[in-house]
Structures are given as C-alpha cells and as structure tokens.
Design a protein around this ligand. Structure first.
Ligand code: BJW
Length: 228
C-alpha cells in the first residue's frame, strides 16, 4: 500500500512546539504579515530574524513525541511506499528516525542566501547578519516558505499523491494552501483519505474518515492498524 502522510504543527504540539492558529499560537503574538512574508523581511529583517532565531533556539529544547516515533516506525515497514510531507520547519520527524521527509515549507536549521540562492545547514542565529558560507555575501534569510512563495517539492508531492492508495493528514488546520488542497487532489486520483487532528480542520468534510483526538493518541493507534 502506498501512503502519503501530510503533517502540520499539531503533530509537534505535544513536544512543546507552538502551533500557529491556536489561542496561544504564534499568530497571537505576531501578525503573520510582520514575520511570514518576503515583504516583511524586506521591511524589518531584524524582527523576522528574532522570530526565527528564537524558534531555532527553542528547537534544541524539545524532543520528538510518540506520534513522530510512530511515523518513523511506519517508514521502517513501508520504505519507499511512504512519503512524509511536512509543513513543519522543525526537525522532529528526522530526530524520531524518519528519513523520507519532504519539508514543503522549508527548515529552521537551514539558511537561504538571497544573493547566490544557496541553501546551507544553519544551527545558530541569523540576526547578526553572518556571511553566506558559499558566496560570502551577508544576505542570508531563514530557509522557510513565506506567504506568496512557492513551497518546495510540489512536483514530487503531486506525483506521490497521484500514486497513493491512502492520503493521511495529521495535525493541520487546513487553512494554508496548497497543502490544504492535497486532500482534494488525492481524492481526484482515487486515494482514500483520512484526517487525524485534535478538532475538525477547515477541510474536514473532504476526508472519507476523520478521527479527532491528540496526535500522540491517534497516530500510534493508526500506525498499529496499518502495520500490526
Ligand atoms: C493538534 C494538536 C495535537 C493542536 N494533536 N492535533 C486565498 C485563497 C486560497 C489561497 C490563497 C489565498 N490567498 C493567498 C493564498 C495562498 C496562500 C494561503 O494559503 N493563504 C491562506 C492564508 C488563505 N499560500 C501561499 O502563499 C503558499 N504559496 C503558494 O500558494 O504559492 C503558489 C503556488 C503553490 C503551488 C504551486 C505553484 C504556486 C505558501 C504558504 C506558506 C506558509 N508558510 C507558513 C510559515 C512557514 C515558516 C514558519 O513555520 O514560520 O507555514 S504559515 C504557517 O501555516 C506555517 C505552517 O506550515 C502553515 C500551516 O499551519 P498548520 O501546520 O496547519 O498549523 P495551525 O496552527 O494552523 O493548525 C494546527 C492544527 O493542529 C489545528 O487544527 C489544531 O487543532 C491541531 N492540533 N494540537 C493533534 N496535540
């Protein structure tokens, strides 16, 4: 069975990583227009760097949870028949043991040079405007996909969804496109679709089946069903 799993902020919530749209979410403290658009970075690069530098530093204080671990176990059994697409910029899937992870919205531990377009692994802060390790120009930005930018890996994602028997969406509000539309793409290609989320997402009605509870409860139980 070929499976495409899409994850969002909800899968990392129980590890202590804040989601975006909850009452205590990141967008409560920051207007997304101020920190998550290329225009915001042009206007106030220091503010945007502070936002991502703090999240990158916090990442070192959290660990994967049972939901990340269950998906790593699923990959061990399914191998190439599983593609894990994540909207998350944290590295908790990899630290749990997943290797086939596509970060469609980029990664916190990566920097993108606006001069040479090179991507470099980056664990420290960017707010002191360090030079690009590749070209030396001080034009590094967080390697994340902001509103109005094209997500990474769209061709590979569409190909995998077109071949999938099952599409599973975990811990995402379904508020941000194109990820929010993957369920409709999957259905158009004939896949069965399943939502695992704390509450019904914006697109919950598109799924053949929806289960609502915490990811650390739902995901291990679902993985046990698929690979007993
Ligand atoms: C739990 C839980 C627990 C909690 N267990 N569950 C009008 C209509 C349609 C589209 C558009 C439009 N105007 C503009 C657009 C496009 C725009 C868009 O979608 N805007 C919307 C606001 C409408 N999209 C874009 O601009 C994208 N690019 C694009 O479309 O390019 C064009 C193109 C595409 C494809 C091909 C060719 C061209 C880019 C979007 C970039 C999004 N970037 C961000 C920031 C990334 C860096 C960062 O992390 O800071 O990505 S925004 C933010 O939202 C982040 C997330 O990945 C993304 C999704 O959030 P997510 O993961 O769903 O989190 P939440 O907080 O919303 O939800 C968490 C869920 O978990 C909730 O449901 C909880 O209940 C649940 N939960 N605890 C289980 N314990």
């Amino acid at each position: 069975m070929r499976i495409v799993v899409l994850t969002g902020a909800g899968i990392s919530a129980e590890s202590g990583v804040r989601t975006f749209r909850a009452a205590d979410g990141l967008w409560e403290e920051h207007r997304l227009e101020d920190v998550a658009t290329p225009e915001a970075f042009d206007r106030q690069p220091s503010l945007v760097h502070r936002f991502y530098d703090a999240r990158r530093a916090q990442l070192r204080t959290v660990v994967p949870n049972a939901a990340h671990e269950a998906l790593a176990r699923l990959e061990q059994r399914l191998g190439d028949d599983l593609l894990l697409v994540t909207q998350n910029i944290d590295d908790l899937h990899e630290r749990a043991g997943s290797t086939r992870v596509l970060h469609m919205h980029g990664e916190l531990n990566s920097a993108l040079c606006r001069a040479c377009r090179g991507r470099s692994r980056w664990d420290g802060p960017l707010g002191d405007f360090p030079p690009c390790p590749r070209c030396g120009v001080m034009e590094l930005r967080p390697d994340v996909v902001w509103f109005g930018e094209i997500p990474y890996g769209m061709d590979r994602i569409e190909e995998a969804i077109s071949e999938a028997d099952l599409f599973v969406s975990i811990g995402t509000s379904g508020a941000v496109y194109p990820a929010a539309g993957f369920v409709q793409v999957a259905r158009a290609y004939g896949a069965r679709t399943l939502e695992l989320n704390l509450e019904p997402s914006d697109g919950s009605g598109w799924f053949h089946e929806a289960r609502h509870d915490r990811a650390t409860t739902l995901v291990p139980a679902w993985v046990d069903e698929v690979v007993p």
